[in-house]
Ligand binder design. Structure first.
Ligand SMILES: C[S@@+](CC[C@H](N)C(=O)[O-])C[C@H]1O[C@@H](n2cnc3c(N)ncnc32)[C@H](O)[C@@H]1O
Length: 366
């Protein structure tokens, strides 16, 4: 382990311990997750360590669809072009742009159809990487760290919602608790601590067995803010997750919280602070309800495989060289990203029959 990584973890651990002390000895998990991922300069998405890439040998932790294959962005561009036309807008807004790979793919495919491409990212260190990747597009690309009061255009976000802090709820012997973090482990290390709570999952969990799960107030607040600001346009979010009835299925009693490091997954976010990604699956029903209540109805909801195929991925695959075809196929293979990953679309203005949801729309299952 590099010295840089060790001192980073130590500094972040100190910051978390200080926050626990200031909060009276217990930090709800969402506040812990916000620090672990976004504490300025130290959090996983705020430090300079490498994150995205196809192989652990590159020092990366996980691979996302645009990193895996440029065909992802090429197919998504078909939907973005359709949405720009249908909503009469000329701007693209990308949330959480990672290495900038998706922005490059979309801009290459869409060219002058996009008057301006604006990236909104919480991570300052990733912004530098994005600026390098997108240098060739000049003033077509802009960065902002906050949403403007009013925006028009087509919004995209790949694997952004899963990176938003969640609250952990745990039912123990029939009583619901909120799970948080204390510094009461051996030698002052971080440890779990549960407190009784009035909070509940959005649906009753059948049975009386012990049950750990998440709720997603931040992702829902995010989509409400988007609904408030998007005057005209549409939004497309791609991520892993389920509808509410699948998410809170009685058998899913261990929740979906997951850490990623060196292309390995584990379920313990407390050690190695700042050096592993922490994520939770998306509750697409909760997201759609929050958006709808704020005036942003659902345009469509389907699997990534269905969406990309509706956008013409199959002919793109057929034209691609053999090696690129294998990577592109992982985007739609059921046992890879095809089925677990979903796409949800929202619109402001007139509904239209969006190309990505034309076949296999599952909005009725939300
Ligand atoms: C898992 S990465 C995905 C990166 C990229 N979209 C990709 O597919 O490779 C999550 C990204 O979302 C960003 N993020 C999380 N919450 C955000 C928010 N509220 N607004 C903008 N970006 C956010 C993080 O900083 C990080 O860059």
């Amino acid at each position: 382990m590099s010295q840089e990584a060790t001192s980073l973890t130590r500094a972040l651990q100190g910051l978390v311990e200080e926050s626990i002390r200031r909060a009276g000895g217990w930090l709800p998990f969402d506040r812990f997750m916000a620090l672990a991922l976004y504490a300025p300069g130290l959090g996983y998405y705020a430090n300079d360590l490498r994150k995205f890439g196809p192989m652990p040998s590159s020092g990366s932790d996980f691979v996302t669809a645009p990193e895996m294959s440029p065909l992802f962005g090429q197919a998504l561009a078909v939907q973005v072009a359709d949405a720009l036309r249908a909503t009469g807008t000329g701007e693209v807004w990308e949330f959480g742009a990672g290495s900038g790979a998706l922005a490059v793919q979309l801009l290459q495919a869409l060219g002058p159809q996009v008057r301006r491409y604006t990236i909104v990212d919480l991570s300052g260190s990733l912004r530098l990487r994005q600026q390098e990747a997108l240098a060739g597009f000049g003033s077509q690309v802009e960065w902002v760290s906050e949403l403007p009061q009013a925006m028009r255009g087509v919004v995209v976000g790949n694997e952004v919602l899963d990176a938003m802090p969640v609250k952990l709820l745990v039912r123990i012997e029939g009583t619901w608790h909120e799970r948080g973090v204390t510094a009461a482990g051996p030698d002052g290390t971080l440890a779990w601590a549960d407190r009784p709570t009035e909070l509940r999952p959005p649906v009753d969990i059948a049975g009386s067995h012990d049950y750990l799960t998440e709720i997603h107030p931040q992702a829902q607040a995010f989509v409400r803010t988007l609904a408030d600001r998007l005057e005209r346009g549409a939004a497309f979010f791609i991520d892993y997750g389920f509808t509410e009835s699948e998410y809170y299925h009685p058998q899913r009693n261990m929740g979906t919280l997951m850490c990623h490091r060196g292309h390995m997954a584990d379920a313990d976010p407390l050690p190695d602070l700042g050096r592993k990604d922490i994520t939770a699956h998306v509750n697409f029903t909760g997201l759609a309800l929050a958006a709808q209540e704020a005036g942003l109805p659902t345009l469509g909801y389907t699997t990534q495989a269905r969406f990309l195929m509706n956008c013409g991925l199959v002919p793109l695959l057929a034209q691609a060289p053999l090696a690129a075809r294998a990577a592109g196929h992982r985007l739609i293979a059921e046992h890879e990203m095809g089925e677990l990953f979903k796409v949800i679309g929202f619109y402001r203005g007139e509904f239209w029959d969006a190309v990505g949801f034309r076949e296999g729309d599952r909005t009725h299952t939300l």
